[in-house]
Ligand binder design. Sequence first.
Ligand SMILES: *[C@@H]1O[C@H](CO)[C@@H](O)[C@H](O)[C@H]1NC(C)=O
Ligand SMILES: *[C@@H]1O[C@H](CO)[C@@H](O)[C@H](O)[C@H]1NC(C)=O
Ligand SMILES: *[C@@H]1O[C@H](CO)[C@@H](O)[C@H](O)[C@H]1NC(C)=O
Ligand SMILES: *[C@@H]1O[C@H](CO)[C@@H](O)[C@H](O)[C@H]1NC(C)=O
Ligand SMILES: *[C@@H]1O[C@H](CO)[C@@H](O)[C@H](O)[C@H]1NC(C)=O
Ligand SMILES: *[C@@H]1O[C@H](CO)[C@@H](O)[C@H](O)[C@H]1NC(C)=O
Ligand SMILES: *[C@@H]1O[C@H](CO)[C@@H](O)[C@H](O)[C@H]1NC(C)=O
Ligand SMILES: *[C@@H]1O[C@H](CO)[C@@H](O)[C@H](O)[C@H]1NC(C)=O
Ligand SMILES: *[C@@H]1O[C@H](CO)[C@@H](O)[C@H](O)[C@H]1NC(C)=O
Ligand SMILES: *[C@@H]1O[C@H](CO)[C@@H](O)[C@H](O)[C@H]1NC(C)=O
Ligand SMILES: *[C@@H]1O[C@H](CO)[C@@H](O)[C@H](O)[C@H]1NC(C)=O
Ligand SMILES: *[C@@H]1O[C@H](CO)[C@@H](O)[C@H](O)[C@H]1NC(C)=O
Length: 713
Amino acid sequence: MHFFTVPPVVLQLFVLLILASPAAACIEQEKRNLLGFLAGLSQDGGLATSWRDNGTDCCEWEGITCNGDGAVTEVSLASRGLEGRILPSLADLTSLQRVNLSYNSFSGGLPLELMSSGSIIVLDVSFSRLNGPLPELPSLVTADRPLQVLNISSNQFSSEFPSAIWKMTKNLIALNASNNSFTGHIPSSLCLGSPSLTLLDLCYNRLSGDIPTTLGDCSKLKVLKVGHNNLSGTLPVETFHATSLEYLSLPNNGLQGELDRAHMIKLSNLLTLDLGGNHFGGNIPESIGQLRSLEELHLGSNNMSGELPSTLGNCTNLKTIDLKFNNFSGDLGKVKFATLQNLKSLDLMSNNLSGMLPESIYSCRNLTALRLSYNNFHGEISLRIGNLKHLSFLSLVRNSFTNIAKTLHGLKSCKNISVLLIGKTFMNEVMPQDETIHGFQNLQHLAIHQCSLTGRIPIWLSKLTNLKMLDLYSNQLTGPMPSWINSLNHLFRLDVSNNSLTGEIPITLMQMPMFKSDKAAVYSDPSLLDLDLIIYVAESSTLQYRIDSAWAKVLNLGKNKFTGVIPQEIGQLKALLFLDLSSNNFYGVIPQSICDLTNLQQLDPSNNHLTGEIPAALEILRFLSQFNISYNDLEGPIPTTGQLSTFQTSSFDGNPKLCGSLLIRDCSSVEEAPMHIISAKECSTKVIFAIAFGLFFGVGVLYDQLVLFRYFG
Ligand SMILES: *[C@@H]1O[C@H](CO)[C@@H](O)[C@H](O)[C@H]1NC(C)=O
Ligand SMILES: *[C@@H]1O[C@H](CO)[C@@H](O)[C@H](O)[C@H]1NC(C)=O
Ligand SMILES: *[C@@H]1O[C@H](CO)[C@@H](O)[C@H](O)[C@H]1NC(C)=O
Ligand SMILES: *[C@@H]1O[C@H](CO)[C@@H](O)[C@H](O)[C@H]1NC(C)=O
Ligand SMILES: *[C@@H]1O[C@H](CO)[C@@H](O)[C@H](O)[C@H]1NC(C)=O
Ligand SMILES: *[C@@H]1O[C@H](CO)[C@@H](O)[C@H](O)[C@H]1NC(C)=O
Ligand SMILES: *[C@@H]1O[C@H](CO)[C@@H](O)[C@H](O)[C@H]1NC(C)=O
Ligand SMILES: *[C@@H]1O[C@H](CO)[C@@H](O)[C@H](O)[C@H]1NC(C)=O
Ligand SMILES: *[C@@H]1O[C@H](CO)[C@@H](O)[C@H](O)[C@H]1NC(C)=O
Ligand SMILES: *[C@@H]1O[C@H](CO)[C@@H](O)[C@H](O)[C@H]1NC(C)=O
Ligand SMILES: *[C@@H]1O[C@H](CO)[C@@H](O)[C@H](O)[C@H]1NC(C)=O
Ligand SMILES: *[C@@H]1O[C@H](CO)[C@@H](O)[C@H](O)[C@H]1NC(C)=O
């Protein structure tokens, strides 16, 4: 007999077909609900086409997942370019459990039906431009909702943050409503209604009032973030009953009171304590040493005082200590820093700390940023500072340290140092000239200002080839501007003002690559990036200007004893935003080429012996917002058009031979024949619009008050 035998391949195919065939095609009603959702969109980013082309089975559609019965369980349409309204028809999908509509551009609000759904477990509509109030549940809804995760963060929701709804969300685990405009209070019902709540993020809203004591009932709560609101009152002791807390973050509110020494230790799981930018007073209790897991301590910008507890050294996991802008006092020596081997940043700026820098600090091998400015530290910095191989940022500004030479010799071993701020300390010492000061190959910003140092601009600076900013203002430096200055290829800010430098402007200064090139001046240091944003802040209270988007190209030679003429080649420094030549002994004419500096926002050649006419072509410097040529010996008319006509007479004072409508001396009364005035059109260089910089800099950049900061919040 000849039996019909099935070839194995066909068998396999058969089996495959059975396995692969969908358990069930989508239910017709479900499809209608999805199409109903589609109908609410004004822009669907091609979704309708995609769904149509994918056939009639909605379970096969992009972003849709079904269960075995052909009912939709998940709608996942994040970053899909959707616009228009979210219609409630989505909530008619009765098996829907997960909805992700984040990163779209909806308008209108979030339908109540989605929040009160009897099936949805995860609802993520973050970054989706939703607005209006968040709906409150009507009181007739009584049964517990299955909702576990609600992410409505980074929308434009406003009005009162709802409170009643949380009584119905017993299963809620994570609630992120940050970065909206909610008003009202932190609902006191939150953990009563939702005992499983683990994550609560309400930061960046407009919430006010007290922190409810009931938050202490959140026994599962690990993450509590309500920073950047308008909370007031104290941190209630009940908060410390939430012993699972790992992140307690309430910065930038109006909270006050003191840290409760007895209760604080209950939070033994705490990793981050951030209470910065409030009105907390009192001291740091000894008991902080029992928070063994603590990695980040932010208490900056409060009103705290007293000595730092020695027990801080018991928090051996600390990576960040931020105590800036308080009134802590006493000797730092009590704290045993040697145990803090994980410490990466220590910010003690603007306190009242005194004594020597404790030796133990030099054992914190991971230290990357150390800010000691505006305290009363004294004594020498140990050579052991060279042990800090990761050190990238160091500020010693306004203390009473001594021996700058030793400090620099120690620091030269810190190969990674990129920002070194030394101002108002090492007073009246001599600028080290020692050629054995080398290293510093990563140094990008060196500020040695207001120290009244004597000596010359030292040659070792010429080896700092990565230097981008050099501030030597307000010392008593003598001698010339060194001709090697143009070897600093990356330098875009040079401020040597208020010294006693002599000689002529070296021609090499007119060849500084960054002053000549439109190449953006960018400060970059990857090793500091993880610490925080790049920001410029003033270390002094005279802050007038804050620069955080761009970097000014600055040449400040003012208040010295320079002499000679202003070189014609100055016109090459086209990228300069700020040029100060004031209060020197320059003579001769203002070179015509100065009108090539089309990015200039501030130009100050005042208090010199300049003669001749004001180049009329200066009027094309359209970004010029500060201009001063007073107290020279200039003559002829003041240009009456363009930017120059917008300045006050004080910009022209002290030049008896000048005339013009701004001045009492009218040009028509001048007897001499009018001199040839070079027009703007004769200025060969075309105007380059400095869009990148022009937007960010305006009047009165008191840049010498500005000191670089990029650090830790
Ligand atoms: C069908 O849907 C998938 C995603 O589910 C999508 O990647 C594909 O582009 C769709 N097909 C058509 C023809 O639109
Ligand atoms: C929603 O999608 C975004 C973007 O893909 C993703 O980052 C986010 O984690 C998703 N949300 C949830 C709750 O899974
Ligand atoms: C929204 O929050 C949830 C819970 O924290 C998270 O899983 C999800 O990734 C967040 N969504 C986005 C887009 O980050
Ligand atoms: C809440 O969402 C924002 C984005 O909107 C995110 O940056 C933040 O990390 C989230 N909070 C938590 C605790 O995950
Ligand atoms: C806040 O939300 C806006 C969009 O509304 C977004 O651009 C911004 O990045 C968000 N900020 C944070 C810190 O998540
Ligand atoms: C912050 O809250 C206080 C009351 O505690 C109120 O007087 C003040 O107007 C609020 N500020 C803002 C910006 O909402
Ligand atoms: C700061 O604390 C001191 C006590 O150390 C107190 O006298 C002063 O009133 C407090 N200032 C503010 C603004 O709370
Ligand atoms: C805390 O640190 C101190 C030294 O600073 C040490 O003597 C003490 O034993 C430590 N306490 C505990 C509980 O480890
Ligand atoms: C700082 O604390 C000291 C006591 O250590 C106190 O005398 C002084 O008034 C406080 N200063 C401020 C500004 O609160
Ligand atoms: C320093 O930090 C690194 C990670 O950044 C870590 O692995 C190391 O344990 C820390 N401590 C020391 C002493 O290096
Ligand atoms: C600094 O502390 C001393 C006492 O150590 C105190 O006399 C002085 O007032 C404090 N300075 C400031 C600005 O608080
Ligand atoms: C020095 O900085 C560079 C990046 O700027 C980084 O890759 C390197 O790991 C750092 N070295 C140390 C010892 O921190």
